[in-house]
Write a protein that binds this ligand. Structure first.
Ligand code: PLP
Length: 483
């Protein structure tokens, strides 16, 4: 195997496996430094101690609130993702690109509801449409309604779907998409990506973020099934690895209904597909008669006006949507080709839900569709790209062992000088410095998501000045790291 070399000032040239240099799909952004210097981990630990002390000093009311909340809510939060030790920041309100916490601090929100708040907090058009629904439409009929049909027609056209159904969460959508595939294929097996997260449905709990000691070799990962889960037949494959995927299909295709995949992985920071990977996945699914499901809960409108599938030029059989399509309201959907959605039409796959397509959520969805024009999304994407470029300058100036990745209006700085192409690469990144970088931002009024595996979102409410605050905070961190 041929090696490429990355210069390293302290340790000499580090050999990089040739696979790590595979070209990524050009729809995404990835800039890797040509040279970098290791970070002094003692310095990272020193700064972590300093920053955690500063955190506790400046967020006392959040600490008090968490103690109270823990008596009613496990961990004091309404979803375990919201928790971090010693306690998370409690928010009282949000407007545009900013949040106000219980200590009265104003924070730049770069988490934006895990990417759900694409239009920004309290967008005037969302307020107007939802208020109108509250004043004169109603909140729930559990009957067909012209508003729900209108939104369905808009999303059908936007995402290139034959038919779709609304649900209330991404978890419901991924569950029903799998059931639809199983009903059509009359098979039960599911293929999923190692490390991938798709919500709470049992088969999708397999190998979500497994411990390395439990999962075998990188090319032949062992599926890790948590003890509380009834997974069924789940086959786990590494992302960007077509050989293993084909082997699984060849050996087990007779038992496999579908392959569930985020086209761009956004639950392990951001991992881009190699150039040609998704088209080959599409071809393999066709060859072995397997339903291809793109989970676009996180990509969706944040990847582009018609989602990641359109942007990357590969059409799945089914797609799941949530987060960005609802403007902060609990809206999700699954849909796709007629040959699959017909299973819902003829009852082979029964789909229910009291709150599906309710008037308040439909009013918000209509506003999202109106707000998310090609021009509005392109403007936010330009801000995102400019931000990524500014971070690249800092990485180069301070020779940081880090690189930038982006797709559409989302971006991330990954603490590794090498491209990340799968879960094992992701696990090899520097989590200590990632934690410091996240905490450093919070202490300077910049809130990114609590998981180190997330990314920032440039909403339609953010401007370049807002993003420059994050860039400046990163520069200060670089200075401190190299001091
Ligand atoms: N799929 C992906 C890719 C997700 O990131 C998530 C949640 O973060 C889900 C599905 C589940 O969505 P929800 O939290 O709305 O159930």
């Amino acid at each position: 195997m041929g090696n490429n070399l990355v210069a390293d000032r302290n340790q000499g040239a580090i050999p990089v496996p040739a696979t790590l240099t595979s070209k990524h799909d050009s729809a995404g952004w990835r800039k890797v430094p040509t040279s970098s210097t290791p970070i002094n981990q003692d310095r990272v630990q020193e700064l972590l101690v300093q920053e955690w002390a500063r955190f506790e000093e400046t967020t006392k009311a959040s600490g008090v609130h968490n103690k109270k909340a823990m008596k009613a809510l496990p961990m004091g939060v309404t979803s375990s993702f919201q928790h971090w030790d010693p306690y998370p920041i409690s928010i009282v309100s949000g407007k545009g690109a900013y949040l106000t916490d219980v200590d009265g601090r104003k924070l730049l929100d770069l988490s934006m509801g895990f990417g759900a708040m694409l239009v920004g907090h309290l967008h005037p058009k969302i307020i107007k449409r939802v208020k109108k629904a509250l004043r004169s439409t109603g909140t729930l009929f559990v009957t067909p309604s012209p508003d729900a049909t209108d939104v369905a027609e808009r999303f059908k056209a936007r995402f290139g779907l034959d038919m779709l159904r609304f649900t209330n969460s991404g978890t419901e959508s991924t569950m029903y998409a799998i059931r639809t595939a199983r009903a059509v294929k009359q098979k039960n097996g599911v293929i999923k990506i190692e490390g991938g997260y798709h919500g709470g449905y049992d088969p999708l709990q397999v190998s979500v973020k497994p411990d390395l000691k439990d999962i075998g070799s990188p090319d032949y990962p062992t599926a890790h099934v948590p003890p509380e889960v009834e997974a069924g037949d789940v086959y786990v494959v590494p992302y960007n690895n077509l050989e293993r995927l084909e082997e699984i299909m060849k050996d087990h295709g007779h038992n496999i209904a579908c392959f569930m995949i985020e086209p761009v992985i956004e639950n392990l920071s951001i991992i881009l597909p190699d150039a040609g990977y998704l088209q080959s996945v599409r071809d393999l699914c066709d060859e072995y008669g397997i339903c291809l499901i793109f989970d676009e809960v996180k990509t969706g409108l944040t990847a582009g006006v018609a989602g990641a599938a359109a942007r990357l030029g590969v059409k799945p059989d089914l797609i799941t949507l949530a987060k960005s399509i609802g403007g902060g309201f609990p809206l999700a959907a699954f849909g796709g080709k007629l040959e699959y959605m017909e299973a819902v039409v003829d009852g082979r796959m029964a789909h229910f839900g009291t709150y599906n397509g309710n008037p308040l959520v439909m009013a918000a969805a209509l506003a999202v569709d109106e707000i998310c024009t090609p021009a509005a999304l392109a403007k936010a994407e330009a801000i995102n790209n400019a931000t990524l470029a500014k971070l690249d300058e800092i990485i180069n100036e301070f020779e940081l062992p880090a690189h930038t990745v982006g797709l559409g209006v989302k971006g991330a700085m990954i603490w590794s000088p090498n491209p990340v192409r799968n879960y094992r690469d992701y696990k090899a990144t520097d989590f200590e410095t990632a934690e410091l970088s996240w905490l450093w931002g919070i202490n300077r009024g910049v809130l990114t998501p609590p998981g180190l595996d997330e990314q920032w979102l440039v909403s339609l409410a953010h401007n370049q000045k807002d993003m420059d605050k994050m860039v400046e905070s990163t520069r200060q961190l670089a200075v401190a790291l190299r001091a």
